[in-house]
Design a protein around this ligand. Structure first.
Ligand SMILES: CC(C)(COP(=O)(O)OP(=O)(O)OC[C@H]1O[C@@H](n2cnc3c(N)ncnc32)[C@H](O)[C@@H]1OP(=O)(O)O)[C@@H](O)C(=O)NCCC(=O)NCCS
Length: 216
């Protein structure tokens, strides 16, 4: 599959928008699906940033962006083991395009579960990776992407969200915290300060358990 680039950045489609939706046999979707032409302010995404369903993006472009943000050794990360064998959730996963329809960033969310000491599985949503192209970092794409995913979670059944990331970022802007995860285990090495959770009611979170894929 050919990867087109433009000005050294990953190109997500033709400038006129054609080609963005020729993925996985999906019919053309109206775009932008959400978040059109958001106003520029310190607390909001960049002007003209479009957020669209990640399913509308060529999978090869997603992988190229993840390589650019995390490096090619990213597959060894513990987060990949936590969600091994699962597929990202289309309804909660988004792509950010810049004003030139370039792919600027992505977010993926995954079905995982914390298995407690009795063997009971507590389903959760694993948020991330959140990835913004290095030359576009710090311009609001990350906040826009995380906001989109968290907002898309069904408020009638808001599963707890878990992630491995910087508390300075995900705590400050989104309320993630390591306060309730100190008794949780992962299938690989991890920094306890970076195992973060966000829940409508933290009291329901198991104090101990092993995090892994949720396959229903
Ligand atoms: C982390 C990341 C997703 C943030 O997205 P972004 O678009 O660069 O950040 P935003 O523009 O939304 O937010 C910028 C603000 O967050 C702060 N910030 C960004 N990354 C931060 C981090 N890792 N820790 C603490 N603060 C951070 C910036 O200082 C800035 O603060 P300010 O508003 O006070 O100036 C992005 O930098 C990235 O893709 N990094 C590489 C991959 C990665 O580490 N992903 C996270 C793990 S899943």
């Amino acid at each position: 599959m050919q990867l087109a680039t433009h000005r050294g950045r990953v190109f997500a489609g033709q400038p006129n928008g054609s080609g963005l939706h020729q993925v996985r046999g999906l019919p053309p979707a109206p775009r932008p699906a959400i978040g059109a032409h958001l106003p520029r302010s310190p607390e909001s995404p960049p002007a003209l940033a479009n957020l669209i369903p990640l399913a509308d993006i060529d999978p090869a472009l997603i992988e190229a962006l993840l390589d650019a943000a995390f490096g090619p050794d990213r597959f060894a990360r513990t987060a990949y083991k936590v969600r091994a064998g699962t597929e990202w959730l289309p309804a909660l996963s988004f792509a950010a395009l810049d004003a030139d329809d370039m792919l600027a960033g992505t977010i993926q969310c995954w079905p995982v579960a914390l298995t407690d000491q009795t063997g009971r599985k507590h389903p959760m949503i694993m948020v991330g990776p959140v990835a913004v192209l290095p030359d576009l970092q710090g311009t609001g794409f990350g906040k826009a992407l995380v906001t989109a995913s968290l907002t898309a979670i069904d408020p009638r059944a808001p599963l707890p969200q878990v992630m491995i990331g910087d508390a300075e970022y995900y705590g400050r802007f989104f309320g993630f915290s390591a306060a309730h995860t100190s008794g949780w285990k992962l299938p690989g090495p991890w920094d306890p300060a970076r195992l973060l959770c966000r829940a409508a009611n933290p009291a329901v979170l198991p104090q101990e358990g092993m995090l892994g894929p949720w396959r229903g």
